[in-house]
Write a protein that binds this ligand. Structure first.
Ligand SMILES: *Cc1c(COP(=O)(O)O)cnc(C)c1O
Length: 479
């Protein structure tokens, strides 16, 4: 048996490897530097295997025969993206793990145009002077929130939403928006919140923790299921800075419950001359009721009732890029803009571009151009037709196919009880397990993410783009 030192000597040098015809072809395609890197990585791996006695002489000979393939594999891994598109067949529209809202085509075009050149991000074209980046979105938010308001009953409005009064700024996400608002409005003072609204969203956003980080002191009132206006009133003292209302985005409390209406909260805020903030979370810009998502709070409704500051996400029901949006009374928003935290939490030009294009789609009432909104509006009949066509194209002896009724989910911590009726394609594996099928679907290119329920693999075409149906059929036939 050869000594380890002798095995090490059998390893080729990087130069020798680079002269191998197949490796030379790689060099021509990708350049010498990355291919040499891949050679070094593979050689280092082999050295480690020899050093730990995992590779003996015969095995080494075999490995060396296939070393060019190993180098090619390493090259593919090194040059391939880690962040990749996947086909979302789960039926969860705002799937946080799959990137929440897919962007509208116009948003992507606007990103590309803004990203690859210079822009007037913070430059006033009229005066040639330094400008503010938030003007690009503030203008559209004003228009949309204003339009929503004038469509509503006049007279009932406490806050007359003229264009001077409502202002909007955008930060990195809604968690950042809540942090900025609490820090600006209540640092060092108390914030009164109902115990029924101390929510946790997505495992890492928790109201008490964000409150602590903001420097504000949480003053809990009421109980988990019942909180009355009087509970809030009793907690008011000279240290109180803010009333906070949090939307129960991802859960419901039913049964013996009580919560003051938003109107009552507004009256309370007026009585004590304190601001009222509402963390809406999902924050729809339009009524999604016809799309089958009833009961989701609409941003403009809260503002119209007199809530002073509303915070919501850009990539939930709005269907835009990741962002946290703060809309509300101009003087309060101005304070937030001048808080140094705003600078730390600000978003880049790509987000402004994506958001501007998304808001323009709302302006034009082209809701179907926003993929998440379009998916919410798909009828079970449309989905069933596509599922039937897909099933007809699959010829796989190892799978039993069946169409069945089911439900799609909004996801993203929005509309916990809104279930959209859909038609599911269920795959029952005959020669393997459902978990194995799921794993094989994930290993495809592009990976397909499906649902697993009671030993069945379920595909919901609501969240699959129609142009992906063909890929899906081909992939299932490969299984
Ligand atoms: C989703 C949500 C958040 C967090 O928003 P991100 O944009 O994910 O940071 C905060 N509050 C509520 C009520 C939410 O629903």
């Amino acid at each position: 048996m050869k000594l380890r030192a002798e095995l090490f000597r059998e390893l080729p040098s990087v130069d020798e490897l680079l002269r191998h015809p197949e490796i030379r072809a790689c060099v021509e395609r990708e350049g010498q530097a990355v291919v040499a890197d891949a050679c070094r990585t593979v050689l280092a791996h082999l050295r480690a295997e020899i050093a730990s006695n995992h590779l003996h002489q015969d095995q080494l000979r075999l490995v060396l025969e296939g070393i060019h393939r190993a180098i090619q594999g390493e090259l593919e891994r090194a040059l391939g993206y880690s962040l990749r598109p996947v086909i979302n067949a789960t039926g969860v529209i705002l799937h946080t793990n799959l990137g929440r809202a897919p962007l509208a085509t116009e948003a992507v075009k606007h990103i590309a145009a803004t990203a690859t050149r210079y822009s007037n991000l913070e430059f006033e074209l009229a005066s040639g002077e330094r400008g503010k980046r938030d003007v690009h979105l503030d203008r559209l938010f004003r228009k949309l929130l204003q339009a929503g308001c004038s469509a509503a009953k006049a007279g009932a409005d406490r806050l007359v939403l003229d264009q001077q009064q409502i202002s909007t700024i955008v930060v990195n996400n809604n968690a950042a928006a809540v942090l900025l608002a609490l820090n600006t409005l209540a640092e060092g003072g108390e914030v009164i919140v109902s115990r029924g609204e101390l929510v946790e969203i997505g495992g890492s956003f928790r109201i008490p923790e964000v409150m602590a980080k903001s420097g504000a002191i949480l003053r809990e009132v009421g109980t988990t299921n019942r909180t009355r206006a009087a509970d809030y009133e009793r907690a008011v003292n000279e240290r109180t800075r803010l009333f906070l209302r949090v939307h129960r985005s991802n859960f419901e409390i039913s049964g013996f419950t009580e919560q003051p209406t938003l109107e009552a909260m507004v009256l309370l805020a007026e009585k004590y001359k304190l601001p009222l903030m509402e963390d809406l979370g999902s924050g729809a810009l339009i009524d999604l009721g016809q799309g089958g998502v009833p009961g989701e709070p609409i941003v403009v409704d809260s503002l119209r009732l007199g809530v002073h500051i509303v915070t919501y996400s850009g990539d939930k029901l709005l269907g835009g890029p990741q962002a946290g949006i703060l809309s509300g009374r101009e003087d309060l928003v101005r304070k937030m803009r001048s808080n140094s935290l705003f600078r730390a939490l600000r978003v880049d030009k790509l987000t402004y571009a994506a958001m501007e294009a998304t808001l323009l789609a709302y302006s034009k009432r082209s809701y179907a151009a926003i993929p998440a909104i379009h998916m919410m509006g798909l009828s079970p009949g449309d989905i069933a037709r596509r599922a039937e066509q897909l099933a007809a194209r699959i010829h796989c002896p190892h799978l039993e196919l069946e169409l069945m009724d089911g439900e799609s989910l909004i996801g993203g911590g929005a509309a916990p009880s809104a279930a959209l009726p859909t038609k599911l394609l269920s795959l029952t594996p005959l020669t393997s397990t459902a978990a194995e099928i799921l794993a094989r679907l994930r290993a495809l290119d592009p990976p397909i993410i499906a649902r697993l329920e009671q030993g069945q693999v379920l595909l919901d075409l609501r969240t699959v783009f129609p142009e992906e149906d063909g890929l899906l059929a081909a992939a299932l036939n490969q299984l």
